[in-house]
Ligand binder design. Structure first.
Ligand code: GLC
Length: 793
């Protein structure tokens, strides 16, 4: 480390506080606080005049103070909760975090500890052999983030290459996995920050930020679900999205007219390709002025939205932050007169070139700017727009001098208290603050409806406001493959509602790539096909009948999976768990699972192993411990091993955890079809005894009544014995009742008809239940009440 680095030295005084300790090592001060048994906050203040971190990444959760013990032992200070023991050496000050059994969770590097160098603040942490690193938000590269150096600085780059870093999102949070135990580290600092995760193999993680205080949170885990629950308690969880936003979204930069959009929508219905949402990219605007409509090309947006709505589509419009510098444009003038734009140190609003030409940038740090901005969405919602897509919100400036293409670091933002904060501190928050402005505006404007917002940029906590798509990828097989580790790590960073541009944004997709991407895309939490103007179109029919037919099957599967998926969104909302999960999430002790990045879980019961190479018609799949049933053929596999499975162009390898009951819907064309009235519980018992438990969550999918508990949860349980299967469906909990009378239970891949079927204690003649042609057993349960279905052979 360079000689200007000052590591924290000897503590000159120590003061215990109610849940922590304060150490003075002038000019610095170190504060340690236990927020929860497994959550420790550490704050190094190198100089007394440094302000607190901007608070926007945190949710408003109050943490009830945990019980802590405080003592001195052999010259060390010990601060302990029931889950963590923080050992503090005082000369020089070094921290070690241990778990209840005394194992080291994480510790300062003994030599370099934490400290500062001019304006920058640093922590050096010991990297243990065998540790893997996950999280860090939206990054290129592999699932394991160890061995590279990563930067947090929201940035627009095209194209992404394997080495490109950073991208649009800045999420300074990572998880460390070792031998089945997991902990988390969240750096609460909005300046540009760097995560050198042992890139030189020296056994150190070096995390540093270019300004501010060093504030971090140690999340003790020791499991993935625990770390994510805590992290999202701290930074917030996603609200439940409107159900329509879980459907398929079609987008393209290049829908130039209202007629063209109507035509695309009509074609979806005509060809019976399920779809819920059409996105309007920048061309709907008048000269790219935000909150306007192009008078010739989109003369009657109200009629367009209404017509699409009748056909079961919602419209999402793009909104970029730059406001066109044009004195005759009222919205621009309003912002100027009220002083709502980011300023240069001279006091003039900063000007930059984006799509509209010269623009000014709203200062979203101020509440009054956020209100003004949020309210302006009336011009879109009043015409029938259903959701908003925020782009260019790093923010990007085309003609900026440096390669980061953004506002100057010295540009001026103001807090609500009128304090000046430089862009270098606010930059990483820009997308999140724009998201906050938009989300809150949508809630004000449509207080009965769930907002839908999509964003490109964001910071830790962005999940409270928006879904995230991963920006301008390319129609490359490499980007198809990279989407998996990228989304998995975003999910592990608290952002569950994620997806890339299906088919790729730049470059021309080949028909085969399109098929494979649609098949994988059916499992992305956010499922949108989007492409760039100068490249070939990507609507499924534009590749000919074979691709269209296979895309249709992929979309039909997506829609059938919606009841299962929706319950996963509820888990993300209530617990902060990702929807798309790495294998290691459910197989934490398995070192092969820990490095698998070509397959993933959706929820706990579906394992998806997409084809990622052209021409491949089989692939190697690693299945973790347990038994797995091929969704398509019923073939059972024993886990804990690699399997070679068939992967014809028609289908994506897909496995169900043996024992699971999958809640499925019928094939529908859009979520507004009353399809949710039908629910199928499909059973996959496997070949050996097992016990499985799950939940089905339902609500109206549109209103905010769920916030008041208007929902329905039912427990599902399957017990498989040698010659008997028992399905127990719990009584619905909560006041919501879907409009349906029966639940269809399906048992596919029936080798022989059962000897006996009993429903709620009464025998049902089996002959009436078996569909011999399809080797399927079907039993209808009434929607009301609890049920026991026994099937015996
Ligand atoms: C940016 C976005 C892209 C959009 C384009 C035009 O490149 O990332 O999705 O289509 O701008 O608005």
């Amino acid at each position: 480390m360079d000689p200007a680095y000052r590591a924290l030295g000897r503590a000159q005084s120590v003061r215990w506080t109610s849940t922590g300790v304060v150490l003075e090592a002038p000019p610095a001060r170190l504060e340690i606080r236990c927020l929860a048994p497994d959550l420790i906050r550490v704050e190094l203040i190198p100089r007394p005049d440094l302000p607190e971190p901007l608070p926007f990444s945190r949710s408003e959760t109050e943490f009830p103070p945990p019980a802590v013990t405080q003592e001195e032992q052999d010259g060390r200070l010990i601060l302990a909760t029931e889950a963590v023991r923080v050992e503090i050496e005082t000369d020089p000050i070094r921290l070690t975090f241990r778990d209840g059994e005394g194992r080291v969770i994480d510790r300062d590097d003994p030599e370099l500890g934490m400290g500062w160098r001019y304006e920058t603040v640093h922590t050096f942490r010991q990297a243990q052999p065998g540790e893997r690193v996950y999280g860090l938000g939206e990054k290129t590269g592999h699932l394991d983030k160890r061995g590279r150096r990563w930067t947090m600085w929201a940035r627009d780059v095209l194209p992404h290459l394997p080495t490109t870093d950073p991208l649009y999102q800045a999420i300074p949070f990572y998880l460390v996995w070792k031998e089945g135990r997991v902990h988390g580290f969240f750096l609460e600092n909005t300046f540009r920050s760097h995560f050198d995760m042992d890139s030189d193999g020296s056994g150190r993680y070096h995390i540093w930020a270019e300004g501010g205080r060093l504030v971090y949170y140690l999340l003790a885990g020791p499991t993935f679900p625990q770390v994510l629950e805590r992290y999202t308690q701290l930074t917030g969880r996603m609200p439940l999205p409107p159900r329509w936003s879980l459907g398929y979204h079609q987008s393209r930069w290049g829908y130039l007219t209202q007629q063209e959009v109507a035509e695309v929508a009509r074609t979806f219905r005509e060809r019976r390709l399920p779809c819920d949402v059409i996105h309007l990219d920048i061309d709907y605007m008048d000269g790219f002025r935000v909150f306007t409509w192009h008078p010739d090309r989109f003369p009657d947006p109200e009629a367009l939205c209404a017509r699409l709505k009748e056909q079961g589509f919602r419209v999402v419009t793009i909104v970029d932050p730059g406001v066109k510098k044009d004195p005759s444009y009222a919205f621009f003038q309003e912002g100027l007169e009220a002083g709502l734009y980011v300023e240069a140190p001279s006091g003039e609003p900063v000007t930059g070139q984006v799509w509209p030409g010269e623009v000014h940038f709203p200062d979203f740090l101020q509440e009054r700017t956020r209100r003004w901005w949020g309210d302006a969405h009336r011009a879109l919602l009043d015409r029938g727009v259903a959701g908003i897509w925020n782009d260019m919100n790093e923010p990007v400036i085309f003609d900026a001098r440096d390669e980061d293409r953004t506002l100057p670091e010295t540009a001026v933002h103001r807090t609500d208290q009128g304090e000046v904060r430089q862009h270098r501190e606010v930059h990483n928050l820009y997308g999140l603050l724009m998201g906050k402005a938009t989300y809150e505006g949508l809630r004000r404007l449509r207080p009965e409806e769930r907002p839908f917002l999509l964003t490109r940029s964001g910071f830790a906590g962005i999940q409270r406001y928006a879904a995230v798509w991963t920006g301008d990828n390319s129609s490359w097989w490499e980007h198809l493959a990279m989407s998996i580790p990228m989304l998995l790590n975003l999910g592990l960073s608290g952002v569950a509602f994620v997806g890339p541009d299906i088919g790729g944004f730049s470059e021309d997709a080949t028909p085969e790539l399109m098929v494979r991407w649609m098949q994988l895309g059916a499992f992305y939490p956010f499922c949108r096909n989007h492409s760039a103007k100068t490249f070939r179109r990507q609507e499924p029919w534009t590749f000919g009948p074979e691709v269209e037919a296979l895309a249709r099957e992929a979309l039909e599967l997506r829609y059938q999976l919606l009841p299962y998926l929706y319950t996963r969104f509820w888990e993300a909302h209530t617990r902060g768990w990702p929807i798309m999960r790495p294998l290691v999430w459910h197989a934490p002790d398995d070192p092969v699972a820990a490095r698998t990045e070509d397959a993933f879980f959706v929820g706990a019961d579906l394992l998806v192993a997409p084809v990622l190479q052209p021409g491949a018609r089989e692939r190697l799949v690693y299945l973790p411990q347990g038994e797995w049933v091929d969704f398509w053929t019923g073939t059972c596999y024993e886990g804990g091993a690699h399997q070679v499975v068939e992967a014809p162009l028609e289908r994506i390898p897909l496995f169900v955890r043996a024992g699971a009951a999958l809640p499925l819907g019928p094939v529908i064309q859009h979520t507004g079809e009353a399809g949710w009235a039908r629910l199928i519980l499909r059973l996959f018992p496997g070949t050996r005894p097992s016990r499985w438990q799950g939940t089905l969550y339902e609500d109206d999918g549109a209103s905010l009544a769920y916030e008041q508990g208007v929902s329905s949860r039912r427990s599902l349980q399957v017990t498989v014995e040698t010659d008997r299967l028992l399905l127990e469906v719990g009584e619905p909990q909560g006041p919501y009742r879907p409009d349906r009378e029966v639940i269809q239970v399906e048992l596919p891949f029936l080798a022989e008809p059962p000897r006996q079927v009993r429903l709620d204690g009464r025998a049902v003649p089996t002959a009436t239940l078996v569909d011999r042609e399809r080797n399927l057993l079907r039993v209808a349960l009434s929607q009301e009440g609890a049920h026991r279905l026994e099937i015996a052979w």
